[in-house]
Design a protein around this ligand. Structure first.
Ligand code: RFL
Ligand code: PHB
Length: 389
């Protein structure tokens, strides 16, 4: 097989890149390890930045998002019973969209099918060969047969555990990492959301997030020790913990019910530089991970696609390599700013094991400052709705 851009990974970044390139007349092949059903069963992000929303519309997949998504003009940060509203709309003029990553991915599959794009599921043992040459190719196994895909460029969109990043020789890569001493236990339930807007809660009992997908589907998280297993958390234990972290009037009026999904995700900040090696480009979680506290992971994947798609179109259609030469540096500038924001939100809102009493006072003081300073709220809002591309 032969194509212009081989895309490893059919998550949101790989599918979006494929979608935009196909619409511009660039040939792609997406190689995805899992089945489509598996990709669509992963419950992940829920908040889309304003720039992400625009990108999805421009890629021709905005219709259902605009019909079924929920624009949010603000969110709350709380400290026990103190509720601080961050009014995105007043502070920045923009808002975010609550629309699940699962739905974005579903819309991308539908659009890719309509375009007749090639997405190969169930590939195994993917190896990127000769990335640092003019003739890269990708080898993989499909139904027991070893296959070869020749291409002009390779986009590594295969997430944190993928093979693309590791294709770049270790002596070229610089990795930066912070692992946090807790995870998020997430629960999805068919219940009315606790509040109309998201609540990021700091409390004496730890961090919790009250989020949602729609009027009848809620998504909640509480911070848990990394040693905890999902089996340790019955629904009753989860709801008790969640209530103990939220402001009392929200907790008292909150609807609870059986969980329909429950999972634990570790929290990590990670960046691997550079994002380019020869004809291989890293995109999204393949190159960087943020703790979910700032709602930035999916949005960063989309901004990487923003920088890379135009660069690939320019080089393939016009022979202009300026964009691909600048990709790594341009994308990393924005990535590090989102890293900083996600780290700051995580530090501001979570209890760290073995912390001293000073740390808790710092969190309280930060939230009090936010409640009193419009400047502080504007800074948070500007980062949350998404820095310009
Ligand atoms: P993905 O989604 O991990 O997709 C990578 C795809 O590559 C496939 N793959 C391979 N394919 C072929 N060969 C291989 N060797 C392969 N190895 C892997 C995988 O099967 C998969 O299909 O990466 P991508 O596309 O870069 O997208 C990144 C986002 O998924 C991620 O950043 C977000 O989900 C992070 N995130 C959030 N981001 C936000 O912007 N807003 C949020 O509100 C938000 N909340 C979250 C989150 C992530 C969470 N978890 C579980 C980590 C909440 C949670 C709990
Ligand atoms: C979610 O709804 O899953 C969600 C929302 C905001 C975050 C993280 C996750 O910061």
């Amino acid at each position: 097989m032969k194509t212009e851009v081989a895309i490893i990974g059919g998550g949101p970044s790989g599918l979006l890149l494929s979608q935009i390139l196909n619409r511009a007349g660039v040939a792609t092949v997406v190689l995805e390890r899992s089945s489509r059903e598996h990709v669509l069963s992963r419950i992940r992000a829920g908040v889309l930045e304003a720039g992400t929303v625009t990108m999805l519309r421009e890629a021709g997949i905005g219709d259902r998002m605009d019909r079924e998504g929920h624009p949010h003009e603000g969110c709350f940060l709380t400290d026990d019973d103190l509720m601080v509203r961050i009014n995105f709309k007043d502070l920045t003029g923009a808002s975010v969209m609550v629309y699940g990553q699962t739905e974005v991915t579903r819309d991308l599959y539908t659009a890719q099918d309509a375009l007749g794009a090639t997405i190969v599921h169930g590939v195994e043992d993917v190896v990127i060969q000769d990335a640092y040459s003019d003739a890269p190719y990708v080898e993989y196994t499909l139904d027991g047969t070893r296959m070869r895909l020749d291409c002009m460029y390779v986009a590594g969109c295969d997430g944190f555990h993928g093979i693309s990043r590791k294709t770049i020789p270790a002596h070229i890569r610089r990795e930066f990492e912070r692992v946090y001493p807790f995870g998020w236990l997430g629960v999805l339930s068919r219940t009315r959301p606790a509040h109309e807007e998201l609540i990021y809660a700091n409390s004496a009992n730890g961090f919790a997030l009250a989020s949602m997908r729609n009027q009848t589907l809620s998504r909640y998280y509480v911070q848990v020790p990394l040693t905890d297993k999902v089996a340790d958390w019955s629904d009753a234990r989860f709801w008790n913990k969640l209530r103990s972290c939220l402001p009392s009037d929200v907790a008292d009026s909150m609807e609870t019910g059986p969980s329909i999904e429950k999972s634990i995700a570790p929290l990590r900040s990670f960046v691997s530089e550079p994002l380019r090696w020869g004809r291989l480009f890293l995109v999204g979680d393949a190159a960087h991970i943020v703790p979910p506290t700032g709602a930035k992971g999916l949005n960063l994947a989309v901004s990487d696609v923003h920088y890379l798609h135009q660069a690939l179109i320019d080089v393939l259609k016009k022979g202009d390599a300026t964009g691909i030469d600048a990709y790594s540096e341009r994308a990393l500038l924005r990535i590090w700013k989102a890293m900083r924001f996600s780290w700051q939100m995580t530090t501001m809102l979570h209890q760290f094991d073995g912390e001293d009493s000073f740390a808790a006072q710092m969190r309280k003081a930060t939230l009090r400052h936010l409640s009193q300073s419009e400047t502080a709220r504007r800074d948070l809002a500007e980062n949350y709705i998404g820095l310009p591309f």
